[in-house]
Design a protein around this ligand. Structure first.
Ligand code: SF4
Length: 418
């Protein structure tokens, strides 16, 4: 059956309980006390879940290496809807992560029919925004990264059409280039480990991108030489693709081990020590030694007209380069959680959780948690009217954009220097 989360689908309404129960995504909340100075996007529940974020928390706490990677599809101008993932990447870099950002131009060209010139222009804008946020790290375009293309080819060996059919609903009519762009995306996620060495890798994404994460975790696993697991009191190292010399090296590395056809059993050792040594042996013998990538998942910022913020519907988003007049028009015309009449609003209060203006404040425009709580309280109590609230929000957005544009101008040279 086709996956119910499809990154190319227009319908983004997602049942989050189902994500936790059926898709194996875990809530982020229990990890928050261990995250030093948890950022607003985690405190406020914008990031709702994760897969395997524990190794990243441990790496941030222990100061050990980890990577952070995301990709942007340059199918239009960047806007406020893209800001969340940019902040997440920049924050993880500040916590010690090695940053990687891919401009997914092959995907934009294959899936959205965007010309290469436009891909380059939009990609440049995305990168400028990232640098304006203080991002430091690697950036590349998929189309010009030859090592990425080689890795995509290796990844494609471990993928087949029935996977793509099950995950994305690919059928007889699906262009081959679309399948190739999926392999390229898998390679994007694994690229930091190929480039800078195996280490836990965090991929902050919108919740619709989970199929890519699941597929990549599966491919990363298939590309490994060995599986290492506890079996009947032994640590058992089983070969999947390993050359015979690599399995012999595992046997040699552990004096109390026994070698059998296709596996080595080791007694009286710590599972994680074995995993570390086995990974090193795998790399020595030409394997990748990949860690399965981890992911955090955030909600989308709802469009200003309700529904999804979409690059093809200008009224739904605020662009980084929109004029003040356009921004004002969009905010003043936005769909809110307000009532039909002022009298009703005073009596019943507004519904901030259904309000695109409130979400703008929650996601990006109000940094102080107390100030945000007060907006929410006053709205629900019927003390705050939508007109007043929209005007105040417009002032915040205006100030944010003026400052951000200045930072973009200052950062532009970094795109040329990369
Ligand atoms: Fe939204 Fe503000 Fe109106 Fe409440 S008062 S519904 S937060 S615009």
């Amino acid at each position: 059956m086709q996956s119910e989360i499809n990154p190319w689908s227009a319908n983004q309404s997602i049942d989050t309980d189902k994500l936790f129960t059926e898709f194996g995504i875990e809530p982020i909340e229990p990890l928050l006390p261990e995250i030093r100075n948890a950022p607003a996007f985690m405190r406020r529940g914008i990031v709702i879940g994760h897969r395997d974020y524990r190794p990243i928390v441990d790496a941030m706490t222990g100061g050990t290496p980890f990577h952070v990677l995301t990709g942007f599809m340059p199918s239009g101008h960047p806007h406020l809807g893209h800001l969340m993932v940019m902040k997440e990447v920049a924050w993880h870099v500040q916590q010690g992560g090695n940053g990687y950002v891919a401009v997914a131009d092959r995907e934009a060209h294959a899936v959205r029919n965007i010309s290469w010139d436009k891909c380059s222009e939009y990609g440049r804008e995305y990168l400028t925004c990232l640098y304006a946020l203080g991002y430091e790290g690697e950036t590349y375009y998929q189309s010009t990264n030859n090592r990425l293309k080689d890795l995509a080819f290796e990844a494609a060996i471990k993928m087949n059409f029935s996977d793509l059919q099950a995950i994305y609903g690919f059928g007889q009519e699906t262009a081959l280039a679309h399948a190739m762009s999926v392999a390229t995306q898998v390679a994007d996620i694994l690229f930091p480990q190929e480039d800078a060495g195996p280490a836990p890798t965090i991929v902050p994404v919108g919740i619709d991108q989970d199929p890519h994460i699941r597929l990549t975790r599966d491919v990363a696993h298939k590309l490994r030489f060995f599986t290492v697991e506890m079996r009947d009191g032994y640590v058992s190292v089983r070969s999947k693709n390993a050359p015979e010399e690599a399995l012999a090296a595992v046997h040699k590395a552990f004096p109390k081990s026994k070698k059998y056809e296709g596996h080595v059993d080791i007694k009286g050792v710590d599972l994680s020590d074995v995993k570390t040594k086995v990974r090193a042996i795998e790399i020595e013998h030409g394997g990748y030694g990949f860690y399965s990538p981890s992911a955090t998942y955030h909600y989308f910022m709802q469009g200003l007209q309700g529904g999804k913020m979409s690059s093809s519907v200008p009224e739904s988003f605020i662009g980084f380069c929109d004029t003040e007049k356009a921004v004002k028009k969009k905010i003043m015309g936005a769909l809110t959680g307000g009532r039909m009449t002022l009298e009703e609003q005073k009596r019943l209060g507004g519904e901030p959780d259904k309000c695109s203006v409130y979400l703008l404040n929650l996601f990006h425009m109000v940094e102080d948690d107390n100030e945000l709580t007060e907006i929410c309280r006053a709205c629900k109590a019927g003390e705050l009217m939508c007109g007043t609230c929209k005007k105040a929000t417009y002032e915040r957005v205006k100030e944010f954009l003026a400052d951000f544009k200045e930072r973009m101008d200052e950062a532009e040279h970094k795109v040329d220097e990369r």
